[in-house]
Design a protein around this ligand. Structure first.
Ligand SMILES: NC(=O)c1ccc[n+]([C@@H]2O[C@H](COP(=O)([O-])OP(=O)(O)OC[C@H]3O[C@@H](n4cnc5c(N)ncnc54)[C@H](OP(=O)(O)O)[C@@H]3O)[C@@H](O)[C@H]2O)c1
Length: 256
């Protein structure tokens, strides 16, 4: 019997790669796509296969016209029906005042945060609808619910991502397609994103002060357990929105 496919768009060594691994070890074939790091991609695929799962991967620039559509069709044809799709890439373009956010930068955030998810849903939902089931898990960030200075592009893109999830749910939930917006409200132990943004030294310091036994950095392998749980929920009890944070973090609605 062919395995169901879990497709992860934006699969680095943090949430994306760990979600792919979790699903693979639970019996899915994981397909990982990330933008630029070919060696990192091979390492993640190898980690999954070494652990006894099956996985494959490809570099993909999700903001390029036609790329997601082509990739989804290719996976469906060559590997099998996509049962779970995870839209994981972020829309972080750094902390920028409005005057430092030119049109192109603002648009790039929107392409990553919102338009890419629209394109994934546009190509995938007809296929899932034909099959009568499917799950789309969407990683999100605090900026989806709270704008801030320096976050013009990021917050607009992630807020749009959240509203798109709600709209997709309204149309496709009754057709058997589960869309979940998963808000990550805190820092993740993610070397390929937060690690690169902070730089090696600061990231190492963060790991030492808040990671490990402190449990103040969100562990991506633990986040992955929630993704799997949500994908397996009975349709009488679907979660559409949830947020995750470390026990020691202040929730987004309680910040000054
Ligand atoms: N890390 C955090 O602290 C944090 C906090 C709150 C929310 N989040 C959310 O978590 C998600 C990311 O998870 P993560 O931080 O753990 O990262 P991750 O899964 O380790 O990596 C995400 C990967 O997305 C890929 N990517 C970026 N732009 C892409 C594009 N245009 N096309 C295809 N792939 C692309 C990058 O690939 P390459 O490396 O190959 O370029 C990157 O490695 C985002 O939705 C973000 O908003 C993260």
């Amino acid at each position: 019997m062919t395995k169901p496919v879990c497709l992860v768009i934006g699969a680095g060594a943090g949430i994306g790669g760990n979600v792919a691994k979790k699903f693979a070890l639970e019996g899915y074939h994981a397909v990982l796509a990330r933008r630029s790091d070919e060696e990192g991609l091979h390492n993640l695929v190898a980690q999954i296969t070494d652990a006894g799962g099956t996985a494959s991967g490809q570099l993909l620039s999700a903001t390029e016209d036609g790329a997601i559509e082509h990739f989804v069709n290719q996976v469906e044809e060559d590997i099998g029906p996509i049962d779970v799709a995870v839209y994981n890439l972020g829309a972080q373009i750094g902390n920028r005042a409005l005057a430092d956010t030119p049109h192109k930068t603002f648009e790039l955030g929107w392409r990553m945060g919102c338009f890419g998810l629209y394109r994934l849903a546009y190509v995938l939902t007809p296929l899932m609808e034909q099959r009568g089931h499917g799950t789309i898990l969407v990683t999100s960030a605090t900026s989806a619910v709270r704008g801030n200075k320096g976050q013009h592009s990021h917050a607009a893109a992630m807020g749009g991502r959240r509203m798109l999830c709600q709209s997709l749910n309204a149309e496709f939930g009754p057709k058997g397609i589960h869309v979940a917006h998963i808000l990550i409200d805190g820092a993740v132990d993610a070397p390929d994103t937060l690690g690169k943004m902070l730089g090696a030294e600061m990231f190492q310091k963060l790991r030492e002060t808040r990671g490990g036994e402190h449990d103040g950095l969100m562990l991506p392998e633990k986040i992955a357990e929630t993704y799997y749980h949500v994908a397996r929920q009975h349709r009488s009890v679907w979660t559409h929105e949830l947020d995750l944070r470390s026990f020691s973090d202040t929730a987004w609605w309680n910040h000054d």
